[in-house]
Design a protein. Structure first.
Length: 472
């Protein structure tokens, strides 16, 4: 508020001096004389190229150096040149590190008084320069001009290495640092380097834990206003970026680019341990956590560990029992939206993933991969008791039931599987019509005749299980 008052007082002071000058002009000269012509006489030296006027011939000469491009004053530290000696002196304050002009509100310092004045407009909130195309306002006319280049579509500054164009020369310079590989700004906490000081400052907010930008819809906080804006697109439901190949839409252009890599089939990031390829570097890093065996995220309820925080959150939904995603067709509920989507493919009958070798189709890509292992002959899951191998982990578990049933008379609660797994396959099936009697995992005595539904056929696989008909 104090800054606003100071700014308005400064504006009123300027208006007062202008009115005072006009009053003196009217008092001293005849009313017949045009005041504007008198004011123009106060600055008799005009530039032929741009029309700007000056009250001294020397000022005009200095100004004309701008048009000539002649810059006789060079900085001995960085080589930058200037048309005037005063401009060089102001510039050299940057190298000296002296910033005598300090903002009383935030403590930020500047080398020039003019820069401080421009900065104080930020605190006042006063933005008198508005864009006629989108209504965005700015504190300075120069900022408005730079902004309007976005609407014009003109990008006169192009990168010679990659051809990317920019509206401003400064933006091009920053971009070219990417190609040079020079990263002069390093984080003192983690050692990560950046090409720009602004990028380093944004990064250091991660270490500080400060997230000043909060979402008014869900309360999620962010370190940058840009990240908050991107997040709020999720709540708005607006997805302006659509894939030309499959029609899928995204809230951000970057998400669309990453998605399009799946269609291209290009996977530039390869795992050195298993050879698996990925479209993104982040996906490769997450994959490599499986090889490292490091699982930093533990479930407090069952002790199960995970390599990623997201996997732990999804797992904890199992304990909560909350199944927020329900199928409209059959009413079945799921803990995750992805599981619901996979389930709905069953109702749709769409099987988009086909095997190139036998033509068999599947609703999910994972099912196709499991199927293709049959053709490859690769069986990574081996039984530790008999050495038999299988293409899927589920097949191995079903096979191990044979070994469990062979020991069911001695060890009703087998150590081969957990009590939860054993409960799913209890009791062992019988090869003959004899009645099996034994204890369930819960400890109660039951008969297989009570648990077998009428008319249910015994599978060939069950009839071959050894010692399945042992009695108590």
């Amino acid at each position: 508020e104090n800054t606003k008052i100071i700014y308005y007082l400064h504006t009123l002071k300027e208006q007062y001096h202008q009115l005072k000058l006009q009053f003196l002009m009217r008092k001293r000269f005849s009313p017949l004389i045009n005041i504007s012509s008198i004011i123009s006489q106060l600055k008799p030296y005009s530039c032929d190229l741009c029309g700007k006027s000056f009250n001294q011939a020397g000022s005009l000469k200095n100004h004309q150096l701008i048009h000539s491009g002649f810059k006789p004053y060079s900085c001995e530290f960085c080589g930058k040149s200037f048309t005037e000696a005063g401009s060089l002196k102001k510039h050299q304050l940057i190298h000296s590190g002296v910033k005598p002009y300090c903002c009383e509100l935030c403590g930020k310092s500047f080398t020039e008084a003019g820069h401080l004045k421009k900065h104080q407009l930020i605190h006042s909130g006063f933005k008198p320069y508005s864009c006629e195309f989108c209504g965005k306002s700015f504190t300075e006319p120069g900022s408005l001009k730079k902004h309007q280049l976005i609407h014009s579509g003109v990008k006169p500054y192009s990168c010679e290495l990659c051809g990317k164009s920019f509206t401003q020369a400064g933006t091009l310079k920053k971009h070219q640092l990417i190609h040079s590989g020079v990263k002069n700004y390093s984080c003192e906490f983690c050692g990560k380097s950046f090409t720009e000081p602004g990028s380093l400052k944004k990064h250091q907010l991660i270490h500080s834990g400060v997230k000043p930008y909060s979402c008014e819809f869900c309360g999620k906080s962010f370190t940058e206003p840009g990240s908050l804006k991107k997040h709020q697109l999720i709540h708005s439901g607006v997805k302006p970026y659509s894939c030309d190949l499959c029609g899928k839409s995204f809230t951000q252009a970057g998400d669309l680019k990453r998605h399009q890599l799946f269609h291209s089939g290009f996977r530039a990031y390869n795992c050195e341990l298993c050879g698996k390829s990925f479209t993104q570097a982040g996906s490769l890093k997450r994959h490599q956590l499986f090889h490292s065996g490091f699982r930093a995220y533990n479930c407090e309820l069952c002790g199960k560990s995970f390599t990623q925080a997201g996997d732990l959150k999804r797992h904890q939904l199992i304990h909560s029992g909350v199944k927020a995603y329900s199928c409209d067709l059959c009413g079945k509920s799921f803990t995750q939206a992805g599981h619901l989507k996979n389930h709905q493919l069953i109702h749709s009958g769409v099987k988009a993933y086909s095997c190139d070798l036998c033509g068999k189709s599947f609703t999910q890509a994972g099912h196709l991969k499991n199927h293709q292992l049959i053709h490859s002959g690769f069986k990574p899951y081996s039984c530790e008791f008999c050495g038999k191998s299988f293409t899927e982990a589920g097949h191995l578990k079903r096979h191990q039931l044979i070994h469990i049933e062979s020991q069911s008379c001695e060890k009703p609660k087998s150590s081969l599987l957990t009590s939860g797994d054993t409960a799913l396959i209890w009791p062992p099936s019988t090869s003959t019509g004899s009645v099996w009697r034994g204890s369930t995992p819960s400890g109660s005595l039951v008969s297989s005749s009570l648990l077998t539904s009428p008319g249910r056929k015994t599978s060939q696989r069950s009839s071959r299980r050894p010692n399945s008909g042992c009695t108590s």
